[in-house]
Design a protein around this ligand. Structure first.
Ligand code: LLP
Length: 431
């Protein structure tokens, strides 16, 4: 199986975290997102341990909640000692409602609105990562109006090619995110921020991309950032105490994927930090990391009911399910591959190759092509694996499909963490 938390029981049913997926589908209906709490907690601890062992605990892991945001995930990650990365007023609101302490929240976004910034300043968010000069100036005015000193970091593009899909590459110069190093923009931003009375610049941030299997681009980004920090010290005597290195470690979606364990990735980055600081005689900064996918991705799966099968001779076999791009747009957007399993016959060999089609009125509404699968029939339960990240959080209401329920399983028991939307919810704001 793709991840160790997935097993097959005596009935031949797929189980996640000890819970029988066929029972879950019967009890909660489909489509259904299922998250394994134990695995999420183990991932959080894995990250916390590396920071403790390799860096004397001089840092913080902030769960990147764009991967999956709801109240319960903030409670779970916070109880493991993590902070949170939020990227909108909505994520910030959810985190605060869940009891995530404001000072442990890092607020991102390349186009934050004034009301989002006012909200963040009013609620005392720990760090606001500024992306551009107009934002810095607006934040200064908002902080002054509220008579507050706000801790800020600056998002810098370190110019790293992270060998990932173009859409999720964000550290290059041609990116809408952050200040470029090469053009002098980043230095100008540092000096501007230092000049604002109500802003306290604590450090710099970079994020080079997502679903990255290699460790070297991360280490190189850390070196580039530290060298830049050193030039600021030389030219202007500015020593910044914090460095936020973003998220990005990849996960296994299909058997061929071979990502480095995230512990190795963080260890390599921290070694690069140690060595570079040593070479430059630069004080080791407090570090922040913002993993999202690697905390929740492998911990989730989605259950569907097979509605129909269409065999088009010499072309392909479509298996059609009761969800689709409205609950998982990642194949439609990035051709991201997934593994599917017939949950009620998980022990049987995969004898067919199918295209998994969704229910949306769109030919491109596919969950995958050329997917090996057991021979399925209508009413079978299908599991698409490793959907814990960027699935629920990227779901839409296309065709006015209500968002599915999300359950979390622990010790074989499931509980609802997000209720299934009803048609009444869909029309709630209609006039
Ligand atoms: N920090 C920042 C500033 C980010 O922009 C991101 C992701 C993360 C942390 C978390 O990265 P992770 O550890 O999850 O790779 N929708 C795309 C992924 C977009 C990621 C955007 N930023 C997908 O479905 O693959």
């Amino acid at each position: 199986m793709l991840t160790p938390n997935l097993t097959v029981n005596a009935k031949g049913h797929l189980c996640i975290g000890g819970a029988d997926c066929v029972d879950l589908a019967r009890d909660y209906g489909t489509p259904l997102y299922v998250m394994d709490e134990q695995m999420i907690r183990e991932n959080c601890r894995g990250y916390q341990d590396v920071i403790a062992k390799e860096y004397g605990g001089n840092g913080m892991i902030c769960y990147a909640s764009k991967a999956f945001s709801c109240k319960e995930i903030y409670r779970v990650t916070e109880s493991e000692g993590l902070g949170a990365d939020v990227v909108s007023g909505g994520e910030l609101y959810t985190a605060l409602e869940a009891g995530m302490p404001a000072e442990k929240i890092v607020f991102h976004g390349n186009s934050k609105t004034n009301s989002e910034l006012e909200f963040a300043v009013r609620t005392g968010v720990g760090r606001i990562v500024c992306d551009n000069l107009p934002e810095l100036s607006r934040l200064q005015s908002i902080a002054a109006a509220q008579n507050k000193i706000v801790t800020v970091m600056l998002r810098v593009k370190p110019g790293i090619d992270a060998h990932t899909h173009d859409f999720v590459q964000t550290g290059k110069i041609d990116s809408k995110f952050g200040f470029a190093l090469e053009t002098g923009e980043a230095k100008e931003a540092v000096l501007t921020a230092m000049g604002y009375q109500n802003l306290k610049l604590s450090g710099l941030h970079c994020h080079i991309g997502s679903q990255i299997f290699d460790t070297e681009p991360f280490a190189e980004a850390a070196r580039v950032m530290l060298r830049f920090m050193d030039t600021l010290r030389e030219s202007d005597g500015i020593v910044l105490p914090e460095l936020n290195l973003g998220g990005g470690p990849g996960i296994k979606y299909v058997e061929q994927d071979d990502p480095k364990p995230f512990g190795d990735v963080i260890r390599t980055i921290l070694n690069a930090v140690h060595e570079t600081c040593d070479t430059l005689s630069y004080p080791e900064p407090y570090v922040l990391f913002e993993p999202g996918r690697s905390i929740v991705g492998g911990a989730g799966l989605t259950l569907y009911t097979v509605m129909a099968k269409k065999i088009i001779p010499n072309v392909r076999t479509y298996v059609l399910v009761d969800g689709g791009m409205c609950d998982n747009p990642r194949y439609a957007l990035y051709q991201s591959e997934y593994e599917a399993v017939c949950a009620n016959r998980a022990g049987e060999p995969k004898t067919e190759t199918v295209t998994l089609g969704g229910k949306c009125c769109e030919s491109g509404d596919l969950l995958g092509e050329n997917m090996p699968l057991q021979s399925v029939e209508p009413d079978d339960i299908l599991a698409v694996l490793a959907t814990g990240a960027y699935n629920y959080s990227m779901a839409s209401h296309y065709n006015r499909n209500p968002n599915p329920e999300v359950v979390m399983v622990k010790d074989g028991e499931a509980r609802t963490v997000i209720r299934r939307e009803r048609y009444e919810d869909i029309v709630r704001n209609d006039i």
